[in-house]
Design a protein around this ligand. Structure first.
Ligand code: PAF
Length: 278
């Protein structure tokens, strides 16, 4: 596997490649990322995984410096998964000067995650656009675990006519349902055994909606209360339109339930797609 650190070397290496699939990451690679790499391998003969901890998407109260950086282990895992190239620019390669041109996503970026992480999606959209310009992939694979992220990236690609196809990948879960995340490592043993409740509460919401209940407010309230009863600090559990991530229209069927809640200091997110009955 090749590791490339500069844009110049990346461009030279990728020149003339007929099909490239990209997996953008911030490192701390786990099975969830590796499944994205495997999906990328199905779409193109050359897979480029990017590892860059993007300062722009961290809020003032978020621990950019403390974000786990595990580059050597990441490379070992990526190589075993069939990844061909790791693009690992440092801060001065990525942002040689303050990034004053940014991508301003639409208002939905200030809701859900954006409400609790102001400016987060501006940082994500900006770095993703920049990585796309650097790698110039034909395909890019993103996990559905970050549902709002993939939704915003898809919209950006569509509106800016970027020549890349976004491939959504299902969330990888532990056997007990907990979505894999770099943040799970911060859970104590006790919190780790409580953590799958987020997924089970979302599954209950899905069952209710799929059984025909459209009283979303009551369903969301009960889900929130169930988590709070077990010591979670809930940011949101909401049923939204998959298309807009806004309140679903009266007959809209393609929905998603999204949840974000904290166990101690660790904030977990999860979601499940729902197909409501006609
Ligand atoms: O999902 C992530 O790891 C990051 O938000 C991304 C897409 C790599 C941008 O920094």
């Amino acid at each position: 596997m090749e590791v490339i650190g500069t844009l110049e070397a990346l461009r030279a290496r990728l020149r003339g490649e007929p099909a490239i699939a990209c997996v953008p990451t911030m490192g701390n690679i786990h099975q969830g990322h590796l499944s994205l790499v495997r999906i990328a391998c199905e779409h193109a003969p050359l897979v480029v995984t990017t590892i860059f901890v993007n300062r722009l998407q961290f809020g003032a109260n978020e621990d950019f410096d403390g974000y786990p950086r595990t580059f050597e282990d990441d490379c070992d895992s990526l190589e075993r998964a069939g990844n061909a190239i790791v693009f690992h620019p440092n801060e001065s390669q990525m942002y040689p000067e303050p990034q004053v041109f940014t991508v301003e996503p639409p208002a939905v970026a200030n809701k859900l995650e954006g409400r609790f992480r102001p400016g987060h999606f501006r940082g994500v959209a900006t770095v993703v656009l920049k990585l796309f310009n650097m790698v110039q992939p034909h395909y890019a694979v993103f996990g559905k675990k970050d549902y709002q992220q993939i939704s915003i990236v898809r919209h950006m690609v569509e509106q800016l006519a970027l020549p890349v196809r976004i491939i959504p990948a299902e969330t990888v879960r532990a056997d007990d349902g907990l979505a894999l995340s770099s943040r799970n490592r911060y859970l104590t043993a006790e919190q780790r055994s409580e953590a799958p409740r987020l997924n089970s509460v979302l599954r209950r919401v899905r069952e209710q909606v799929e059984a025909g209940d459209r009283n979303f407010e009551a369903i969301e309230f009960a889900a929130d209360a169930e988590l709070a009863r077990h010591g979670w600090h809930v940011d949101y559990v909401v049923v939204r339109s998959r298309r807009t991530l806004m309140q679903p229209g009266a007959r809209e069927r393609e929905l998603v339930v999204l949840g974000a809640a904290k166990l101690g200091n660790t904030r977990l997110i999860d979601n499940l797609e729902i197909l409501a009955p006609a």
